[in-house]
Design a protein around this ligand. Structure first.
Ligand code: FNR
Length: 371
């Protein structure tokens, strides 16, 4: 279908669902247990209400900001998500092409279906990537990958260390479809086709997690990481104010945290980022000035993006939306996804009476229903 005829992210997901394989759909759509956190991630944004101000000149609207010291066109990023080539042969590089005109960041998954070199090939000068790390039990594999990323520091400007999934969550849609269709397009450089397989099969998620270390700790892992890269570290998957506070103690090595419950794919009934943002505001607001706080999970509308920014998030990530964009229309589908999100974000800012990202604050929202 003509991508321009699709007006919102749900419509794009609907088209992608029809076009991708059953196995791909099940892997992308799936979340842990009863999918409560996955649904709530999105629903919670409906509970936060907007407080538009009138008689504000809204001719201009500027979505640009800075992330980790880099200028970006929009405070949106692509969350790391494995196996983009399950959806479309353009894969993770297709996502890079699709977002290039928006000046958005892209975090490449440890379990991407293309190598980190292939993904940045042909990207625009100044287009910025992060690389997401799942520390492997065999540390030498992760060390070798970090060495490769360090060599591409003109493109890869930060490392995202994911902490919320030391083991995979129980994703029943994925498990049910484990034997459907083709084998995985694995070639991230970490995972290879000749990788030892998880005995007894399992869904895509369980196969990908085989080999991932479950013994990470604040001190030992960050010290180890400091020996293997000088790139700034972003910790992903924090879900409490206690952990956000601890992370801030590791500045400046840790430059940002991502409040995330892994799109509801790890621990079901874990809190959405909105709740964690509110906790941090209440118990340790100084975190916001020590490190950047990013969020992901459940973002489908520009109003969701704006509400997260009002609550203190510096950047907002999309996981499934980028994958479904790719599945619906390849590079063009990703482009359309970001075009919609950007236009909706601008409309929301204008109707709220905000000219620029730094104007957005708590005064633009009512959070009574979520407190
Ligand atoms: C993910 N996510 C993820 N996170 C991560 O750190 N490393 C990874 O390899 C993956 N892989 C992955 C695959 C798929 C198919 C999905 C849907 C998600 C989680 C991802 O980064 C992000 O936290 C969520 O996707 C955000 O929620 P939404 O935007 O999908 O609702």
């Amino acid at each position: 279908p003509n991508m321009q005829s699709l007006l919102n992210l749900d419509e794009i997901e609907e088209v992608a669902t029809k076009q991708v394989s059953q196995k791909c759909w099940a892997y992308y759509y799936s979340a842990a247990d009863d999918l409560f956190s996955k649904s709530f991630n999105n629903l919670v944004y409906r509970q936060v209400l907007l407080r538009p101000r009138v008689f504000v000149d809204c001719t201009k609207c500027d979505t640009s900001t800075t992330l980790l010291g880099h200028e970006v066109g929009i405070p949106l990023y692509v969350s790391p998500a494995a196996m983009a080539r399950l959806a479309h042969p353009a894969g993770e590089r297709g996502i890079a092409q699709g977002i290039s005109q928006f000046g958005a960041l892209q975090v490449v998954s440890n379990n991407a279906s293309m190598t980190p070199e292939q993904i940045v090939e042909g990207s625009l000068p100044g287009q910025i990537f992060g690389w997401q790390l799942y520390v492997q039990k065999d540390r030498s594999k992760s060390e070798a990958m970090l060495a490769r990323i360090n060599k591409m520091s003109d493109k890869y400007k930060f490392i995202v260390l994911t902490l919320d999934a030391p083991v995979p969550g129980k994703r029943e849609h994925d498990e049910r479809n484990q034997n459907v269709g083709a084998s995985l397009p694995v070639s991230s450089g970490v995972k290879t086709a000749d990788e030892p397989k998880r005995p007894g099969g399992g869904g895509v998620g369980q196969q990908l997690f085989f080999g991932t270390a479950a013994d990470l700790t604040w001190k030992s892992t960050l010290q180890w990481l400091a020996k293997h890269t000088t790139l700034p570290i972003v910790l992903k998957g924090l879900q409490t104010h206690e952990d956000a506070y601890l992370a801030a103690q590791y500045a400046p090595q840790v430059k940002a945290i991502i409040l995330s419950n892994h799109g509801g794919r790890a621990l079901d009934t874990a809190p959405p980022a909105v709740h964690t943002l509110l906790e941090i505001r209440k118990y340790c607001p100084e975190v916001f000035s020590r490190i950047e706080v990013w969020v992901d999970g459940g973002i489908k509308r520009g109003t969701d993006v704006v509400k997260a920014l009002c609550l203190g998030a510096k950047a907002v990530g999309v996981g499934r939306a980028a994958l479904f964009g790719l599945g619906a229309g390849g590079v063009e589908g990703v482009e359309r996804t970001f075009e919609i999100l950007k236009a909706e974000t601008e409309t929301c800012m204008r109707l709220l009476g905000a000219e620029k990202v730094s104007d957005l604050s708590l005064k633009h929202i009512n959070t009574r229903a979520v407190e």
